[in-house]
Design a protein around this ligand. Structure first.
Ligand SMILES: Nc1nc2c(ncn2[C@@H]2O[C@H](COP(=O)(O)OP(=O)(O)O)[C@@H](O)[C@H]2O)c(=O)[nH]1
Ligand SMILES: [Mg+2]
Length: 231
């Protein structure tokens, strides 16, 4: 019954952290897939399962402590981007708001971003932060996969009902939700295959005009210089 692994991990390399909007980040040489979710949703566990490394992305007992964006080179094929977990109740309001400019700035500006894996705990209703993130991704137009985490915590019938409720709550088709368990490995290959597919697609952003190659645009700029717009 074992099918071929859609994502064999041959090489894994940590590329470094981004800690501020417009701060250092690795050269965007590889297509990027970002992982988003609130603290404690199971993001580190999911990433470890995905890349088949125990303890690769730190499974933290103090959620909310990781405030940087971490970049990993997977097989030299794509960059796995681990976004900071957001919305942990125990940290102050001020702290809570820190994630927004960093995460949203990255998602808005990275030229290499191909899509986002949004994690939702299958047992819980999406939080206000979850819904805001999904709205933001919708506005951006970024291809988004939904992973419903900790599916092993529910019995089959319960899980099916919760998956339906979750899909309803975020307004997407149930078929777009990938049930996932870091404990049993359920959903690992399905998620891996979806990511591989995402990485193969051209960026949804490439439909926008490329300013570097737009001759007409520079001609317009030149004529605008003489227009005396006061700058
Ligand atoms: N039963 C179960 N527990 C999980 C699963 N994924 C994560 N956890 C647990 O949930 C807690 C938070 O996981 P972690 O990966 O650190 O979440 P993060 O804060 O989103 O990175 C830890 O105690 C994990 O052991 C899962 O699929 N099944
Ligand atoms: Mg974590």
């Amino acid at each position: 019954m074992s099918r071929a692994d859609p994502l064999v991990i041959r090489r894994l390399e940590y590329l470094g952290p981004m800690s501020a909007p417009r701060g250092w980040r690795p050269e965007p040489k590889l297509p990027e897939v970002a992982f988003s979710g609130r603290s404690n949703v199971g993001k580190s566990s999911l990433i470890n399962k995905l890349v088949r490394r125990k303890g690769w992305a730190r499974v933290s007992n103090t959620p909310g402590r990781t405030r940087e964006i971490h970049f990993f080179d997977v097989n030299g094929t794509f960059a796995l981007v681990d976004l900071p977990g957001y919305g942990y109740a125990r940290i102050s309001k001020e702290r809570k708001a820190e994630w927004r400019p960093l995460i949203e700035g990255f998602l808005r500006t990275s030229p290499a971003l191909r899509g986002v894996v949004q994690l939702l705990d299958v047992r819980r209703d999406p939080t206000e932060d979850d819904l805001q993130m999904l709205d933001f991704l919708g506005e951006l137009g970024a291809p988004t996969l939904i992973a419903a985490t900790k599916i092993d915590k529910l019995r089959k019938a319960e899980a099916a009902a919760r998956l339906r409720a979750l899909a309803d709550a975020v307004g997407i088709d149930e078929a777009q939700v990938i049930p996932f368990s870091a404990v049993t490995g359920e959903g690992r290959d399905e998620l891996a295959a979806a990511i591989v597919e995402l990485v193969r697609q051209p960026s949804w952003r490439e439909e926008e005009p490329d300013p570097a190659s737009a001759d007409d645009a520079s001609a317009d700029d030149a004529s605008a210089d003489g227009a005396g717009d006061g700058r």
